[in-house]
Write a protein of this length. Structure first.
Length: 259
């Protein structure tokens, strides 16, 4: 990851408005990690952000696992610590994907949520191979808003592309199955999907979109008040009978084991 965190200044809004991860999807992670005897019950969440994913992994893995969130951004780490109950027993450390704070063969799970596009992936894969125990698991989980299934999201992405120079809605189009399948140390790469719908009040939808680092250029160019008004007007065109917008998601889990 770059030393300049792209989410500086967005952490509070991010924590309040980003969705959680589906428990049904993460059950595949638990089942895969616990299928191999002798694997250390230690998990690193790389690019943990405000801890939304890290806390979801605690729910999925249960209390027997030692869980650490690795996050380079000080603002995001502060939010993660503040939002995580003491009983979750999660540690948050500064760090990045290309130099994991773990000794050789010491980890049962290395996982990343929503952040793989920021990594030097070849370096990250090498570090994962070094740190994972034989039989351990490398995983990537993503909540993807499905703009193809939503006129609102399609219109929003068009707005973001028009006002944030260099942004493309395809920024996360990475062949993760191909990359995992090509790892010479990996075994049994698999993908699991979970399709779901999240109703949101328009104000939360606007706040969620403004928590994206890709909206920073639009805000810098047009001003936050203008961007917020534009997105609220866009949301109000797509309300359901109860005054909500319906946001379709496809959540993905990519997973491979270490030989």
């Amino acid at each position: 990851m770059s030393s300049a965190n792209p989410f500086d200044g967005l952490a509070e809004r991010y924590q309040k408005n980003r969705p959680d991860y589906p428990d049904d999807l993460l059950a595949h992670l638990r089942d895969r990690a616990e299928a191999m005897p002798g694997v250390p019950k230690t998990l690193l969440d790389i690019g943990a952000g405000t801890g939304i994913s890290t806390r979801a992994f605690r729910r999925a893995m249960g209390p027997d696992w030692a869980i650490t969130g690795i996050e380079p951004g000080a603002d995001m780490r502060r939010q993660a610590i503040a939002a995580t109950p003491d009983e979750d027993a999660i540690t948050y450390l500064e760090g990045g994907a290309e130099s994991l704070p773990a000794t050789d063969s010491s980890l049962g799970v290395v996982i990343v949520a929503q952040a793989i596009q920021f990594f030097d992936r070849p370096a990250f894969y090498r570090e994962s191979a070094r740190a994972l125990h034989s039989g351990g698991v490398l995983a990537v989980v993503q909540n993807n808003r499905d703009w193809r299934a939503s006129p609102l999201l399609d219109a929003y992405e068009t707005y973001a592309e028009a006002h944030s120079e260099g942004y493309s809605r395809d920024y996360r189009d990475i062949d993760l199955m191909g990359e995992m399948s090509a790892l010479d140390w990996g075994v049994d790469a698999a993908r699991h999907d979970h399709v779901w719908l999240m109703p949101m009040e328009p104000s939360r939808f606007v706040a969620m979109t403004l928590s994206r680092r890709t909206m920073k250029p639009a805000v810098a160019s047009l001003g936050e008040e203008k961007v917020e008004a534009d997105l609220m007007a866009l949301s109000n065109k797509h309300l359901d009978a109860n005054g909500f917008v319906q946001i379709p998601y496809v959540s993905e889990l990519f997973i491979t084991g270490k030989k």
